[in-house]
Design a protein around this ligand. Structure first.
Ligand code: ZN
Length: 155
């Protein structure tokens, strides 16, 4: 194992043991569940989208180290991005997991690059991102996502 490979594994394990952004998000505008039956990974993604930009991202769920680390790294990377940039990042991440060269710098997300050689685990790594795409592309009605009125909070 090369130094870089072991470093990347350490990043994945660290995010699995101490996931970032783990838990509910009270004022979420988007909530999406995702499952990876082949491994038993479960994920619920919570997003707060304001003016086309992701203000906050959190997740809940259980699964293997790769799926949880991917969700932890993803939620870190999403904050402050526009919805379009988040979807572009999802495409780039999936390209990397397919073994292709991503079109942009992926930063810490490159820790999961080794999964491209583990075909059985590809769906573990992409679960969070597929869930993200489902959440953002299946956009709620405009009048349901308006943050301006009231604080009743149905979620
Ligand atoms: Zn898994």
């Amino acid at each position: 194992m090369s130094f870089l490979e072991s470093l990347y594994q350490a990043v994945v394990l660290e995010h699995y043991r101490h996931p970032h952004n783990h838990g509910p998000l009270a004022d979420a505008t988007h909530r999406q569940e995702g499952v990876n039956p082949s491994c038993g990974d479960e994920l619920t993604l919570h997003l707060r989208v304001e003016d086309g930009r992701i203000g906050d991202a959190r997740f809940e769920g259980e699964g293997c180290a790769i799926s949880q680390a991917s969700a932890s790294l993803m939620t870190d990377a999403l904050k402050g991005r526009t919805v379009d940039a988040a979807l572009e990042l999802a495409r780039d991440f999936k390209a990397m997991i397919r073994g292709e060269a991503p079109s942009s710098e992926l930063g810490d997300l490159a820790a999961l690059q080794g999964v491209s050689k583990l075909h059985a685990r590809v769906k573990c790594a992409t679960l969070a991102w597929t869930t993200l795409e489902a959440a953002l592309l299946d956009a709620p009605e405009p009048d349901r996502s308006r943050p301006s009125s009231g604080s009743g909070g149905g979620l």
